[in-house]
Design a protein around this ligand. Structure first.
Ligand code: GLN
Length: 483
């Protein structure tokens, strides 16, 4: 049952081949069996089985939706009414949200079953899932390596079949990078396509939730539920949501693919580059035309991001002060002691590093030199995408410079860690949508191919990804031990 796609699960449920309760229990057993991956922070068996029972009733009545009765899991950054939401932090270890994130609400309305909350880097800051207060997540393809981050629990869970699909969020690569390292399909939608209401903020102008699935078709099904205008999120965009499955089978003859030379230079592992070249060849066979392009400002993405994201996070995380909710230190002597010790004890090292960097960049005297400058670079990067996407339909490139690295390998070297997002970060600065799709293996470890499109072209990206998945099998591979 765990190898069925969302569409297949839906058919099985409709045809009463199995019930949602059976399916849910099946996934709960798998989660138990593979607990060593540490993919979940919280498992909610009672809630899941209650939701499954309700889903079975809905299926019997014939009022079901595509996801009714299907067991999914939420990244622990989405607030869930009555279920603890930690955001991977000690700061929120005791936080039970009094409301649902819009995304969670939408899945509830569709009748999906929530198996639990997935592990992640603390406040989504990281590229390896090692900054989580709840411990590192292991990559199902090799448990000595990282699954990527920050949505590492989501990627590991989908790859190991511990959920039929999962949500993720992507501020600088956190859907695509772990999707690539765990061999699954991940889509970061256009900024504003999916509501951020109830999604704990890291860097508000960059954060975007999206689907993490096994295939592009599954991603289309999930995005259908997630996307749409939300009056509770002032940055959500009021545009109609297309039928994301309608054009999956459109031919790619004449598709123009741009390959930015900046994506294929120094720093990219040679074997990864060879694997990607084969994937591009597949597209050529599907009738696409390949064009070399240049995006000169891409190299400025990492420095600009590591000013903008920390600046926004320093403001967003100021609400965690030990007064209103979250962790509070023992016996504070006065208000300053309460603030400093609650924050000092509640946040981990990487989060503190970001708050310090961000506060510095925003301080009087440095604001112009760092923050303003970074915003100007952000504009230049957006212009690069605009220019490139005026001449090609889609940009392709790597997602990560190498396959998954070892647990512990980069923890003492933040710059090396930051560089693992070198191919994903510019996309968030521009706000365009992008996907990672499984494109092969190097020494048994998955490699992802990145597809980047114009604003609100998710349907086109899904079509481009789906066509590739019709002629390749990489997305169907299962890590050994999880068959
Ligand atoms: N690794 C990047 C960071 O730590 C991106 C994380 C994300 O997309 N949430 O900021």
């Amino acid at each position: 049952m765990h190898n069925k796609t969302l569409a297949e699960l839906n058919l099985g449920l409709q045809a009463k081949k199995f019930s949602s309760v059976e399916l849910t229990q099946f996934f709960l057993n798998r989660i138990d069996k593979h607990i060593q991956l540490n993919a979940y922070i919280t498992v909610t068996p009672e809630l899941a089985l209650a939701q499954a029972k309700a889903a079975d009733q809905r299926l019997a009545k014939g009022t079901s939706d595509l996801l009714t009765g299907i067991p999914i899991a939420q990244k622990d950054i989405f607030c869930t009414h009555g279920v603890v939401t930690t955001c991977g932090s000690k700061m929120l270890a005791n936080f039970t949200a009094p409301y649902n994130a819009t995304v969670v609400e939408k899945f509830n309305q569709s009748g999906a079953v929530m198996l639990g909350k997935l592990n992640m880097d603390e406040f989504a800051m990281g590229s390896s899932n090692e900054t989580s207060y709840y411990g590192a997540v292991k990559n199902p393809w090799d448990i000595n390596t990282v699954p990527g981050g920050s949505s590492g629990g989501s990627a590991a869970a989908v790859s190991a079949r511990l959920a039929a699909c999962a949500t993720g969020t992507d501020t600088g690569g956190s859907i695509r990078q772990p999707a690539a390292l765990c061999g699954i399909t991940g889509l970061k939608p256009t900024y504003g396509r999916v509501s951020r209401y109830g999604m704990i903020a890291y860097a508000s102008s960059l954060d975007q939730g999206g689907p993490m699935t096994r295939s592009a078709e599954d991603a289309a099904i999930m995005l259908q539920t997630m996307a749409g205008f939300d009056e509770k999120d002032s940055t959500s965009v009021n545009l109609p949501v297309p039928d994301y499955r309608a054009d999956l089978n459109k031919s790619l003859v004449g598709l123009k693919i741009g390959l930015p030379k900046e994506f294929f230079g120094e720093g990219l592992n040679e074997d990864v580059a060879k694997t990607l070249a084969l994937a591009i060849d597949e597209y050529r066979k599907l009738g696409a035309e390949i064009v070399d392009i240049s995006m000169p400002n891409l190299k400025l993405a990492i420095p600009a991001y590591y000013v903008i994201a920390p600046a926004e996070c320093s403001a967003n995380l100021s609400r965690f002060d030990g007064v209103r909710y979250g962790y509070r230190c023992e016996s504070p002597v006065d208000l300053t002691d309460l603030y400093t010790r609650s924050r000092g004890e509640g946040f981990g090292k990487e989060v503190k590093r970001r708050i310090l960097m961000g506060t510095y960049a925003l301080s009087t005297g440095y604001y112009d030199a760092y923050y303003l400058k970074a915003q100007k670079i952000r504009r230049l990067i957006s212009e690069d995408f605009k220019t490139a996407l005026a001449s090609v339909d889609v940009i392709m490139g790597p997602v990560t410079p190498s396959t998954a690295f070892g647990i512990g390998e980069k923890m003492d070297d933040p710059i090396a860690m930051y560089l693992s997002d070198i191919y994903t970060i510019a996309i968030n600065l521009a706000g365009v949508p992008a996907m990672s799709i499984p494109a092969g293996f190097v020494a048994g470890m998955p490699v992802g191919l990145q597809l980047i499109g114009d604003y609100f072209s998710e349907d086109r990206l899904l079509n481009i990804a789906h066509q590739y998945q019709q002629v390749t099998d990489w997305h169907n591979f299962i890590p050994t031990g999880f068959e």
